[in-house]
Design a protein around this ligand. Structure first.
Ligand code: GTP
Ligand code: MG
Length: 202
């Protein structure tokens, strides 16, 4: 399994051009405000406070970059679709996210996070459609699985699979996660290791 032996905060930016040199690999986390992006980054790196989490939505307003094993990056992107932002502010966030996704050519995989508890939201469906149109590499992570029982969580996963079938040609990689219980952490790390072709013993 891929092992994270070191991680550190690298930089924050609102400008993709100022994100520094391209590493060999970069994985980014995106999704609605409060879906659990920062919490998942902490779970994956086994740090309590590497990425700042908050019960107040809209906390991450910058692109936050973390350097892993001194080799590759994890990126915490601002959340989209936060209702309490003004229209022009929403647009600013959307522009930043879209700019990152299309200009950061090193992007290895975009993890799109979706709260497992709800129906597929229009804003998520729209974002996934946009990502597919731009041919960006992506995977889906259904978060906060601990808030549902095992059976209900599995049923929700099936529901999303069917629902997404109508907007996607191919079934995407999908994971279920809980930052509280580290659910899905080894699967997601394995997937990243696989994408980076890290030898199994490393
Ligand atoms: P923004 O930066 O505001 O866009 O939010 P975010 O997507 O980074 O969410 P964050 O990780 O800050 O988590 C938001 C809230 O959800 C916090 O109160 C977390 O403790 C909680 N949370 C995140 N992941 C989980 C999870 O897997 N299970 C449970 N029960 N709560 C979670
Ligand atoms: Mg955050």
């Amino acid at each position: 399994m891929l092992r994270i032996t070191s991680c550190r905060f690298l930089l924050s930016s609102t400008d993709v051009k100022k994100m520094g040199p391209h590493p060999a690999f970069e994985f980014a986390f995106i999704g609605r405000s409060n879906v659990g992006k920062s919490s998942l980054i902490n779970a994956l790196t086994q740090r309590k406070n590497l990425a700042k989490t908050s019960a107040t939505p809209g906390k991450t307003a910058l692109i936050n970059v973390f350097k892993i094993n001194e080799k590759w990056n994890l990126v915490d992107l601002p959340g989209y679709g936060f209702a309490k932002r003004s229209k022009s502010e929403q647009q600013k966030f959307t522009n930043l996210i879209q700019h990152y996704c299309t200009e950061r050519h090193v992007l290895t995989c975009l993890f799109i996070l979706i709260d497992i508890r709800h129906e597929l939201q229009q804003i998520d469906a729209e974002f996934i459609t946009w990502v597919v149109q731009h041919q960006l590499p992506f995977a889906l992570i259904f978060t906060k699985a601990d808030k549902l029982g095992k059976q209900k969580a599995e049923a929700q996963l099936k529901y999303f699979e069917q629902k997404l079938n109508t907007i996607l040609d191919e079934a995407p990689n999908m994971f279920m996660s809980s930052a509280l219980y580290n659910t899905g952490v080894s699967e997601i790390l394995n997937f990243m290791g696989h994408v980076m072709q890290v030898p199994a013993h490393e």
